[in-house]
Design a protein around this ligand. Structure first.
Ligand SMILES: Nc1ncnc2c1ncn2[C@@H]1O[C@H](COP(=O)(O)OP(=O)(O)OP(=O)(O)O)[C@@H](O)[C@H]1O
Ligand SMILES: [Mg+2]
Length: 143
């Protein structure tokens, strides 16, 4: 997802590499963004066709130039390839979204996020974390 995103935005940063079973990411200089800037980061990702299950400030960095860069692509996905997401990753996307990711989704794109979460939940069926999460949490997240 990281490589796909950087190709999409035509950024020429060094690509991530695999070093001794670990993913080595290119260093991005910046500070953890505030709430408002995190919403901007999530919206920028969306404009380029990407969703983030665990949206939160620590998954972005605000550069000195003012852009908000995504840095953690672990639960980043595209809505047109939902089926092909690894089973465990599907579960993590739903549970992190419900646990708090939903708070960082701008209102204008909440419906699109909501529809992806519902589709993932459908695909997972009885394996979906929604079956184990209490109704209060589900309704807080808008499900
Ligand atoms: N490419 C990068 N360049 C610079 N700093 C980074 C980079 N990747 C991660 N960091 C720093 O490490 C922190 C955590 O990174 P990351 O989100 O990848 O780990 P995590 O284990 O998922 O932690 P968290 O639960 O806080 O999200 C970031 O908030 C950032 O400060
Ligand atoms: Mg993270």
């Amino acid at each position: 997802m990281c490589n796909e995103y950087h190709i999409k935005i035509q950024s020429f940063k060094k690509p991530p590499t695999i070093v001794e079973k670990c993913i080595k990411m290119p260093f991005i200089n910046g500070k953890t963004p505030n709430f408002k800037d995190t919403l901007i980061g999530v919206n920028d990702l969306f404009k380029n066709g990407f969703f983030m299950g665990d949206a939160k400030p620590s998954n972005f960095l605000k550069t000195p130039e003012g852009s908000v860069e995504p840095i953690d692509f672990g639960l980043v996905f595209k809505h047109d390839t939902l089926e092909s997401i690894d089973h465990e990753v599907k579960k993590n996307i739903i549970s992190d979204y419900l646990k708090g990711g939903f708070r960082y989704i701008p209102n204008e794109i909440k419906n699109e996020y909501h529809s992806c979460i519902v589709k993932l939940d459908d695909i997972l069926g009885k394996d979906s974390p929604t079956r184990k999460i209490n109704l209060k949490i589900l309704s807080k997240a808008g499900l």
